[in-house]
Design a binder for this molecule. Structure first.
Ligand code: NAD
Length: 465
């Protein structure tokens, strides 16, 4: 929270863009061997600088070292390895189903890099949400400029220092800065833009991209609900939900945002939250050392205002400390549908419980709002599960746990509707930055068969078609 970020001078941005484009045009990112070498280098960047990344994230987000390993460093190592091992397979041309009319022209789909791409990242998961998309861009053979978040100066400075040292500095570049720098980047014509962040900025990104007809991938957020089946083991549900809510201090796009629970089960669920809270934080010291902080004072103020103005009852936590940007894990019960806590994504360690009479009401409630990025269901009843899954739509769905979809190497990170579109992660990342190009090679001798297509259209030729 003390680091200063050196913003990229605005006048340098067009030059950086031109250099990346020029680098791409050399064609050296085409060979698979080059892409693998760059991915290997990316792996070394994290392996050789582990401590610097944990320190940077501790400085930016007050993140405990264990969380940085669990949430970012361990997964990114696996994702890079996956990209390294799979790029050859992903890049292979694909055949199409046998077509009697055209098989002699050997039709196939070849995978072309889209070109020079822009990746704009958020503050909450700088490695997973900025570097993981870069894995896809490298694997696809693209050049890329990344713009990390200005809210995490230590980590964004580290990217600016290390990426040119480890990767091909002509093709992979970092621009640091805030709105002005992003705006300047967005004025340029990219071959793809991948943006991760909030939906309001996503509209600005999409409008800027539309000026150049540039395709976009938008990774956004929203309010991800949890539905509780009262017959579930509520102590287990509470422990898993609370873990998802306190990890990274609730600043996760797929954090459980609110809980829908029958009124009859609310008190048992709260008892579960209280027990889990005690288990996670036996002493106040554990609380301070095992929890991330809120990224910036304006986000702290936003969350504090929510706590001060909710009409629900705080049953766990509720304390906060602005000097330390710390908010205690807080559970609020009897929250009404129109409460301040239910207006927008909370993105902090506050968990409202909205009593909901039955499953139909819970489903209707979810469907009356934007499609969420994640939907969590706690039940062991297969009919309950399928009723929820078959009657709702969300970016992803997890039964009886939270967050795990983001750690799975082959799942695309993808929203739907206002929670985003497109995706990356595993092969989806490669596909995002790849143009699937239909390819045919038509031999000259095939004119024996193709002749009828040429004028003049005599009756004999028409019969032959
Ligand atoms: P943020 O404030 O770090 O902003 C994200 C990026 O947008 C930054 O790089 C920032 O510089 C840039 N930006 C800000 N204003 C801009 C403007 N006017 N024009 C152009 N660029 C601008 O992070 P945030 O937006 O607060 O991120 C939190 C949101 O991101 C939450 O809604 C969260 O759910 C979502 N998120 C989604 C995913 C996902 O994978 N779907 C992952 C992480 C976060």
């Amino acid at each position: 929270m003390t680091s200063k970020l050196a913003y990229t001078p605005l006048e340098d941005i067009p030059r950086i863009y031109d250099a990346a484009r020029k680098g791409f045009k050399t064609g050296r990112a085409r060979p698979i061997a080059y892409r693998k070498e760059q991915l290997l280098q990316l792996g070394y960047m994290f392996q050789e600088n582990t401590e610097r990344f944990t320190e940077a994230l501790a400085s930016d987000l007050g993140r405990p070292i264990q969380e940085t390993f669990l949430l970012e460093l361990d997964p990114i190592a696996g994702f890079i390895k996956k990209g390294y091992q799979s790029v050859e397979k992903w890049a292979k041309p694909e055949g199409i189903p046998f077509d009697f009319n055209f098989f002699l022209a050997k039709p196939k789909i070849v995978k072309e890099p889209k070109g020079t791409v822009l990746i704009i990242g958020p503050f909450n998961f700088p490695i997973l949400c900025t570097i993981r998309p870069l894995i896809g861009a490298i694997a696809a053979g693209c050049a890329a400029v990344i713009k990390p978040s200005e809210l995490i100066p230590a980590t964004s400075s580290l990217f600016a220092e290390l990426i040119p040292q480890y990767l091909d500095s002509e093709l992979y570049k970092v621009v640091n800065g805030g709105v002005e720098e992003s705006t300047s980047l967005l004025e340029l014509q990219w071959d793809h833009i991948l943006y991760t962040g909030n939906g309001n900025v996503a509209k600005i990104v999409a409008a800027a991209a539309a000026k150049h007809l540039t395709p976009t991938t938008l990774e956004l957020g929203g309010k991800s609900p949890v539905i509780i089946d009262p017959k579930m083991d509520l102590a287990l549900a509470a422990r898993r939900i609370l873990w998802g809510k306190v990890t990274n201090a609730g600043q996760i796009c797929v954090s459980p945002d609110y809980v829908l629970c029958p009124p009859s089960a609310q008190e048992e669920l709260i008892a579960g939250f209280k027990a889990a809270y005690k288990e996670f934080y036996p002493t106040p010291d554990d609380m301070r050392t095992s929890m991330s902080r809120i990224v910036a004072p304006h986000h702290f103020d936003r969350l504090k205002k929510l706590l001060d103005s909710t009409s629900g009852n705080i049953v766990v936590g509720g304390k906060s400390d602005k000097a330390d940007l710390w908010i205690e894990p807080t559970v609020v019960k009897n929250v009404k549908a129109d409460d301040v806590l239910m207006q927008s994504e909370i993105f902090g360690p506050i968990l409202p419980i909205v009593p909901m009479e039955d499953l139909d009401s819970a489903i209707n409630f979810i469907n009356s709002r934007d499609h969420p990025l994640a939907l969590y269901v706690f039940t062991n009843d297969s009919q309950f599960k399928s009723k929820v899954v078959n009657n709702t739509l969300s970016g992803g769905v997890v039964i009886n746990d939270v967050l795990l979809q983001g750690a799975t190497a082959d799942f695309p990170i993808a929203g739907v509707g206002p929670s985003g579109n497109g995706g990356y992660g595993g092969k989806a990342g490669f596909d995002t930055f790849t143009h699937r190009r239909p390819y045919m090679d038509v031999p000259g001798w095939l004119d024996m068969l193709l002749k009828p297509r040429y004028a003049p259209y005599t009756p004999k030729k028409i019969r032959a078609l």
